[in-house]
Every structure is written in structure tokens, then in C-alpha cells.
Design a protein around this ligand. Structure first.
Ligand SMILES: [Mg+2]
Length: 371
């Protein structure tokens, strides 16, 4: 089998009304998605998405003409592109999609088949008042999620803590609530310093008193010892991070120094599917958790889901959701059907061979940039 071409569909989907995620300096009026298709001489086509694939044209020749099933070689080749180009992990997802289709199995089976469905948490993105957040929390429960994650902005800490307290009050002591501090970060161009360690120590202690399950990215990644301090001081909660660590040596250093409870590298943004499996297995051997970040689109969610379900990731899987602002329809606009959790709050791995991506080709045409 040979790769005959790798094509990119660049889509832009309008958001009306606009979305203002916690990390966005301005309301977002559209979302972009790049769909990678790996075409073969045997008529099997692999699909991936997640990162932008900007600059990939200069590297396409490294893959075209080769056997798509040589995934290990392609993973190493993608890593060699990371210096001068981008992070082309959606290509690896498309290759695994081909492997799954060739052997007639979901990719999660090839990754170990630990589970066919994973409990999902509603990963909320909008900064809301405590009253609004409480309202969304009731909706999240009504839609069967067993857990939810709330963002706290570095400039609105009191409001954020009050929102967590309001949700705890509304949903009771047993409901699982996570909090994401996003390293005090927003988007490209935000050069303001992160919140200092002393303030974060106080904040994490308060979140522990509210029964928070994990606190995510409380500190910038440079502060490895700070993560260790937070873990030692707060034995009742977990420290999660890793979605923005984009090299295995960094992740392995974190693992060796045992500074996190939960490792979250995204398989289409950070280190790819194969490397994430390695990381997940090493974490499991140390009795630490792996559950990937999945904040891209439905195809990226699926790629992450296959790895998480394959390796036995958990205990909860990130499901980007903050209705009415961020809905499965908006996130998965290119899919024939948006992904949804079942009535027990689990996200099921599709039964179809490969990743189980079913595109709505009419939508792809409609939202193609330049169409
Ligand atoms: Mg996060």
C-alpha cells in the first residue's frame, strides 16, 4: 500500500452569536478546522484533524509514496518536522485511521482495548457569574455528565471561586468538579507574568476545601518544583497538567520527578498518538493517571478518545461543552453527527473500523476557506 497524496481541507465556521472562551482576549466570531486526508493507492483514505497543519506543504514529500502502515517511521518523521515546521500530529491520526480500516478494527482496539467507553466530563470554557455557572451546572447534570470542569481567570479569582462554590452547593458534595487555571494564560501575545506561587498556593488550598477533584495547570510549566509543592500541600486533590508540553523529554522529566497526578498530553496537538500511549503506560506503571486534553474539534476528540479508551485512560475524559455557547454542534460542525455522551455520561468509541470519523461532505464544501 502506498500514500498517493495528502490533502488539507481548511474550514472556517461562523459563530453567531460569537463565543468568548476564558482564554480569548476578544469574542471569537468563527472557528477554524483543518482536515487532513491521507489518500492511498488501494482506495483507503485516512482522516485526521486538530492542529492547523500550517506549513505542511514543505514536508508532504516525506510521506507521499511510502507505506501508510509504517506508522513508527512516520511518527519519527513528524517529530523531525517539529523544528522547522509545525506539529503535524493530525497526520498520525489519519494514518492510524488507515491502519484501523485495513485491519477492520477501531483504533482503540489497536491501542489496547482497555475500554469501549469512557466517563466524560463537561469541560466548560466561558467565564460566567456564579449564578450563570450554577444554571449551566444543572444543565450539565440533566445531560448526564457525571463531572464538570470550570475555568478560573487570573484576574477574576474571587468570582471563579464563588462559581465553584455555587456549583458545589447546587450539585452536592459527591459531584466531581475540576478546575482549570490554564497557567494564568490566554492566547498568543499575552506576555503578562503568571500568578505567583504564593497566590496559587492559597487558591489551591481554597479549592481543596471545596472538594475539587483536580486542579489543572495551576502554574506555568517552568515551575516544576511549584507543582511538587502543590501536590505535597494538598493531598486531598490532584494536580493535572501536560496539555501544552510538546516534547517527550519534557514529559518524561515530569514523570521521573513525579510532579503530577494526571498527565494530559493531547494526541493531535502535543506528542501524537503513539507517544501518548507510551506516556500513558509509563504513568500507569507509576500509579499516575493519563487522560488527554481534547479541546479541538470532533475529529480531535475521537483521536484522543481512541487512545484514552485503548490504554485505559481516565478516570474522566474531556468533552468540550459549555452550552449554549460551546455545543457539540459548533465543535463538530464537520461531522455527519456531533459526538454526544450516552445517558450514563459515557462517551463511547465508535464501532466502525479506524477512528470512526463520518464527515458531512456538503458541510465541508460549504465552509471551505475560499469557497
Ligand atoms: Mg486545560
Amino acid at each position: 500500500m502506498k500514500i498517493t497524496d495528502i490533502t488539507l481541507d481548511r474550514l472556517r465556521y461562523d459563530l453567531d452569536p460569537p463565543l468568548r472562551a476564558a482564554w480569548d482576549p476578544q469574542p471569537r466570531r468563527s472557528v477554524d478546522a483543518t482536515i487532513v486526508r491521507v489518500h492511498t493507492d488501494e482506495g483507503v483514505t485516512g482522516i485526521g484533524s486538530g492542529d492547523t497543519m500550517d506549513g505542511f506543504d514543505a514536508f508532504r514529500h516525506l510521506f507521499v509514496g511510502r507505506d501508510p502502515l509504517e506508522v513508527s517511521r512516520h511518527v519519527r518523521a513528524i517529530e523531525t518536522c517539529n523544528v522547522h515546521g509545525g506539529h503535524y500530529w493530525p497526520l498520525e491520526a489519519a494514518l492510524w485511521d488507515i491502519v484501523g480500516k485495513v485491519v477492520g478494527q477501531p483504533v482503540s482496539v489497536l491501542f489496547g482495548n482497555a475500554a469501549r467507553r469512557v466517563p466524560a466530563y463537561a469541560s466548560c470554557c466561558v467565564l460566567r457569574s456564579p449564578a450563570e455557572r450554577r444554571e449551566v451546572a444543572h444543565r450539565v447534570v440533566a445531560e448526564d455528565f457525571r463531572a464538570m470542569k470550570i475555568r478560573i481567570d487570573r484576574d477574576r479569582v474571587e468570582e471563579g471561586v464563588a462559581a465553584v462554590a455555587a456549583v458545589r452547593d447546587a450539585l452536592g458534595d459527591d459531584y466531581t468538579i475540576m478546575v482549570d487555571l490554564n497557567q494564568s494564560w490566554r492566547m498568543a501575545g499575552d506576555t503578562a507574568p503568571a500568578t505567583d506561587l504564593a497566590s496559587i498556593r492559597r487558591l489551591v488550598r481554597r479549592l481543596g476545601e471545596l472538594g475539587v477533584f483536580w486542579v489543572e495547570e495551576p502554574l506555568p510549566y517552568a515551575d516544576v518544583e511549584g507543582f511538587r509543592t502543590l501536590r505535597a500541600e494538598n493531598p486531598g486533590l490532584r494536580i493535572a497538567a501536560g496539555e501544552m508540553l510538546r516534547s517527550m523529554p519534557e514529559l518524561l522529566r515530569y514523570l521521573e520527578r513525579d510532579v503530577l497526578d494526571v498527565y494530559q498530553c493531547d494526541v493531535v496537538l502535543a506528542v501524537g498518538m503513539s507517544r501518548a500511549r507510551t506516556l500513558a503506560e509509563l504513568a500507569a506503571l507509576k500509579h499516575r493517571a493519563f487522560t488527554p486534553h481534547s479541546w479541538t474539534n470532533g475529529i480531535g476528540v475521537l483521536a484522543n478518545l481512541h487512545v484514552a479508551a485503548g490504554v485505559g485512560g481516565g478516570p474522566f475524559f474531556e468533552f468540550p461543552y459549555d452550552a449554549p455557547d460551546w455545543t457539540p454542534q459548533r465543535r463538530d460542525f464537520m461531522l455527519a453527527e456531533p459526538l454526544r455522551v450516552d445517558d450514563t455520561g459515557h462517551l463511547a468509541v465508535p464501532d466502525a473500523p479506524g477512528l470512526g470519523v463520518v464527515l458531512d461532505e456538503d458541510v465541508v464544501e460549504r465552509y471551505r476557506v475560499g469557497a
